[in-house]
Write a protein that binds this ligand. Sequence first.
Ligand code: NPQ
Ligand code: MG
Length: 369
Amino acid sequence: MRIERIELWHIGIPLRSPFRTSHGTQHDKDTFLVQVVTDAAEGWSEFAGEPEPLYSSEFVAGAEAVLADHLVPRVLALPSVTAAASARAMAPVSGHPMAKAALETAVLDAELRTHGMSLGSYLGAVRDRVPAGVSVGIADSVPELLDRVEGYLAEGYVRIKLKIEPGWDLEPVRAVRERFGGDLALQVDANTAYTLADAERLRRLDEFDLLLIEQPLPEDDLRGHAELARRLRTPICLDESITSARDAATAIALDACRVINIKPARVGGYLEARRIHDVAVAHGVPVWCGGMLETGIGRAPNLALAALPGFVLPGDTSASDRYFVEDLTEPFVLEDGHVRVPAGAGIGAVPVGDVLRRVSRGRRSLFTR
Ligand code: NPQ
Ligand code: MG
């Protein structure tokens, strides 16, 4: 495969409603798409970071710089471009997994389209639809939270994840359990907001029979998670801490987690994401697919990954209208609590031209042959 052109498309799309986590409140999806045009096909991907390095150390302008000056030149220097070869070519550059994931995924989309193969088939998907969970941001009040959860359950979501932080944990979880009952599949995500000093408070979540507690402690604190895991009955799930298959193996060996959230962007792309899946399956550790409020361009490949056999828990792979009034792709819809895995070649989705033009905030060409 030979690359003819690489374009970055800056986009800004309003979220349907603000999304609040322990890191702050998000109002828009403000990022860029990568378009890779080859001699045989074209591929698309979405950068998962934000304009500011708050949730992650990566950010839009930084990713653009590392792509333009370091990652793209390395991929262009390959005698023949594939996603696997691109990953190897980018590996000497330290860090920047989300920027690497964006380029690798656009290359992979083009590569698979060349062969008429879907990403699901390529990765080893065993389902044509996946159960959908929904991530519910921190609310201003418990009644408001209950209204939102009620709305999502009415739409058919099969699992609720509540964002928590110190001061917004036991009370909202108790209220949701009391209102919706013990059969509701319920979990929480702290996005690193606690310390081991909060262990007793977190232990009080045990009485609510949560599926898991996601990333209570800082991302570099595997030992703390292992210590916390000894004190809780509720399984600990790691998100931010897991950046590679090696991390996953380490965390499992240390008993720092019993569940793993796999977000391809966080781990450098779908090739590493599949290796994490394989490590987890080999250890009997369940995984599920996380999300970063992606448009359809980022959501489509996540759905393919979520169809692998080790993804035994519902992911944050919600329908398009969870986040956007109008998605960039044909919308992903909820059908009986499930979202269909794209069956077309590559990621199985493309930006709708009209919508892309409307949300576009400028295009930058990184390469033209
Ligand atoms: C998580 N995702 O599991 C992330 C958190 C997250 C769906 O809960 C901008 C910057 C938007 C950081 C959205 C979900 C974000 C973000 C979600 C982080 O931890
Ligand atoms: Mg998380």
